[in-house]
Design a protein around this ligand. Structure first.
Ligand code: C2E
Ligand code: MG
Ligand code: MG
Ligand code: MG
Length: 291
């Protein structure tokens, strides 16, 4: 069968699909209300150690369950929130909620890292590091148990500002992860100047692994380069055993993707993480996973 890389075949809501400007304006208005009323939820997708298959981290992924439209994906509402100045408020809530959840998990004996995605706007906030430090202290979370994922393209946007933010996060002990790596065409030299702890290989490369020997060489080179720079390497979007095997063979440190688990509610993740888990999600657990 032919496999489509890059999200083909998924039916999702897109504001530019059939709906016009009026719908956009309406969506924005509803997003404002949702931000005020905090009608968001976080789902968590585990990262697992490539060798032991133990959970190493849980990445918080924002969800907006719209009363009429259903699930509006972050790829639709986050750009909207960024364009209209709502991402600061929403992003702050994400960090707070992830810290609160991390603390709750810790009291229940789960000690994995928690990761949040930061937008460029947040990274440019003068007090972003103080905000994060304050919340970590408040919830008694060791900073090195907290990861900020920042996409490669955001990291390369304004290299002066991002480098300072990365340095201050590192000095605070927080781990920085360069997300969606490989899509931003950054040079090795510019990457070397950023004090990150982790690099996530974009799922487009992972998806191409099976068919393309180019993709294999690229991923192999990324892993080697990242290890040379002392970075931990995570592969995102792992969907098949063949991809998993290739990534393990190439020395990837951690894996994340539907093969192991989809984003889940905190309760479902807790069950999943404490379960005696085989290498793939058993079907009877499927109901716990996100649609
Ligand atoms: P991301 O941080 O790169 O997250 C990975 C995305 O890929 C998630 O989509 C996840 O559900 C999806 N995914 C995970 N494993 C697989 C897989 O095996 N196959 C496929 N096809 N997809 C997989 P999601 O949750 O829709 O998020 C999309 C993007 O929205 C995220 O990409 C991130 O950039 C952004 N985002 C999500 N939550 C937040 C947030 O709280 N703040 C900010 N600023 N951005 C966020
Ligand atoms: Mg991410
Ligand atoms: Mg990513
Ligand atoms: Mg991605």
């Amino acid at each position: 069968s032919i496999k489509l890389c890059g999200g083909g075949g998924q039916s999702e809501y897109h504001p530019d699909m059939g709906a016009g400007l009026r719908d956009q304006a309406e969506l924005l208005q509803e997003l404002r209300l949702a931000a005020e009323r905090q009608q968001f939820k976080l789902m968590y997708q585990p990262k697992i150690d490539a060798r032991s298959l133990q959970v190493t981290a849980a990445e918080a992924l924002l969800r907006w369950h719209h009363p009429k439209r259903g699930m509006v994906p972050p790829s639709v509402f986050i750009p909207l929130a960024e364009r209209h100045g709502l991402i600061g408020q929403i992003g702050q809530w994400v960090i707070e909620e992830a810290c609160r959840q991390a603390q709750q998990w810790r009291t229940r004996g789960l000690r994995m890292r928690v990761a949040v995605n930061l937008s460029g706007y947040q990274l440019r906030q003068d007090d972003i590091v103080e905000r994060i430090e304050g919340l970590l202290r408040q919830h008694r979370i060791p900073p090195e148990r907290f990861t900020c994922e920042i996409t490669e393209s955001v990291a390369m946007e304004d290299t002066q500002v991002t480098r300072r933010a990365f340095e201050r996060l590192r000095d605070a002990g927080v781990h920085v992860s360069i997300d969606d790596f490989g899509t931003g065409y950054s040079s090795l030299a510019s990457l070397r100047r950023l004090p990150a702890a982790e690099l996530k290989i974009d799922r487009a490369f992972v998806c191409d692994l099976e068919g393309s020997s180019d993709a294999q060489s690229i991923v192999q080179a990324i892993v080697q380069m990242a290890h040379t720079m002392g970075l931990r390497v995570v592969a995102e979007g792992v969907e098949t055993p063949a991809q998993r095997d290739a990534l393990v063979a190439m020395g990837c440190d951690e894996l994340q993707g539907y093969l192991f688990a989809k984003p889940m509610s905190p309760q479902a993740l807790e069950l999943w993480a404490t379960d005696d888990r085989p290498t793939e999600a058993p079907p009877f657990r499927a109901s716990l996973f996100e649609e």
